[in-house]
Design a protein around this ligand. Sequence first.
Ligand code: ZN
Length: 323
Amino acid sequence: MREDLPGYVVALDVGGTAMKGGLVTRDGRVTALEGRPTGRENGPDAVVAAVRAYTGELADLGTSRFGTPPAGVGLAVPGFVTDTTAVYSANIGWRDVPVSAFVPDGIPAMLGHDVRTGGLAESVLGAGRDADDFLFLPIGTGIAGAVVVNGEPYGGARGWGGEIGHAPVWPSGEKCACGQIGCLETYASASAVARRFETRTGRTATAKDVVSLAQAGDQDAREVFGDAVEALSISLASYVLLLDPSLIVLGGGLAEAGPVLFGPVEEGLAARLAFREPPPLRRAALGMRAGMLGAALLGWRATGEPDAGRGWSLDVLRGGAVS
Ligand SMILES: [Zn+2]
């Protein structure tokens, strides 16, 4: 503990279209703020300006609330990223933006990859709190994973680690938007489930609708959902055999289907593992706030407190107000 530093950080989770901000005290009290748009349609420079304006507003809000400026700022951003530079995001279009461009002058700050930062939050505060080695797999518009090893997300040699959504499951399958063939994401992301159902039937439905229709016995929905489950089972079996995780944490929109998804994926995974037990599947604990909470941990790391969060109470985290 460094008592000479002010007692809170600014945390920001920057997505493609919206950003979620918060103030998080040293003892884990969270004030979560309403999301706001990134303004991506106005170009990458406008997004950088919008992020900087928002961190400045959050710093001002914290200063009026706590009587001091923030100790640090943490930001979760998409794309290829290091601690100090947002190197590239296809989604937003920026290149080589230094962390200092996102925050008010003079405040220590740290960047993190969006999914790995969510994985860090699940590791320190959430579903992976009691596990050192696990996969955090949010299934939403796309699929990316955070490979958590010894409690820390692992990005690989150059930061590309965890792109399990683009590991092929059917080499002669459908073309993925990334340019490869048969990627997991092409079959099992929430948008893929919706898209494949519409292509097949001409009917528009969300992934959630498709899951409900499959439950109700609709044959097309059953086949589309079945493909998603099978693709996930194949990918998870490879992951388990490579890295022997103690846990698999599923998150994102599709995981909200709950037992309807988890049951078949558990069965599919077990069926593909002949000589070992599968690890348990668990639902992510932090939901849409994982990125913001992980960004708060990065903000504390920027101030020189690498162990921030280890003693925080989950009750406190869940009770955070949206104001
Ligand atoms: Zn792909």
